[in-house]
Design a protein around this ligand. Sequence first.
Ligand code: ADP
Ligand code: MG
Length: 257
Amino acid sequence: MTALLEITRLDKTFETSKGATQALRDIRLTVKEGEFLTVIGPSGCGKSTLLKIVAGLDTEYAGSVRLAGQPVSGPGIDKGFIFQEPRLFPWLTVEKNIAANLSLKNPAIRERVDELIQLVRLGGFAKSYPRELSGGMAQRVAIARALLRNPRVLLLDEPFGALDAFTRSHMQEVLLDIWQENKTTMIFVTHDIDEAIYLANRVVIMNAHPGSIKRIVPVDLPFPRKKANRSFQELRHLVLNEFEKVDELELVDSSGI
Ligand code: ADP
Ligand code: MG
């Protein structure tokens, strides 16, 4: 695997009327082609800010962010983005939401849309409207829409955060299927430690104030993984332990010591 994404000395400061907030400090990260990276950290540690910079949605930063050797200078179809809410067009069917600005009359598009509908397990729902779908199904439409553009990287910002535990675990299976089938590089932000370990080749643990990388934990467990396995639970404790340290730091900060 070669390096697809290279981030060096990334700093991001927001200037607001109340002053400056340093959201990210000295982020250094390399992501390999085909890798599944998850990012976890306390609220406000800069996870969304980092993802938006990689997506090219925010280009005001210091440092270097390169995708496939090119500096990231704006959004584009090479970088798919999945938000917590699916953001579908309510007046379009599932297949038209996936195609969006591409024509289903084009046989190659038609064929790929049909394949993607199967891949995200929405067979039989091509002609349904978003209001007829559950939250998990709608999010699968959003993922299919991004994949149709063949992105170099898929960036997912707490994509399953609004879903119930059962749906969330089904979505994890679907996403792993997609990853194994398409080999798309994934950067996935989550609040859920089990989810972070279950999906990842590596888990990036972030700190807040300012947002920085605290530790990167490789997950060398074979797929399919079992959350109840001892080796999984050991990793869980290791990650949890890092969070307890983060919480302690926050306590110290808030007491003003
Ligand atoms: P996370 O996704 O980890 O919860 P964010 O990336 O949303 O964190 O935010 C990181 C920090 O940057 C927070 O302190 C947040 O208040 C600040 N921030 C994020 N977006 C903006 C913005 N548009 N303007 C000012 N501050 C922002
Ligand atoms: Mg966020």
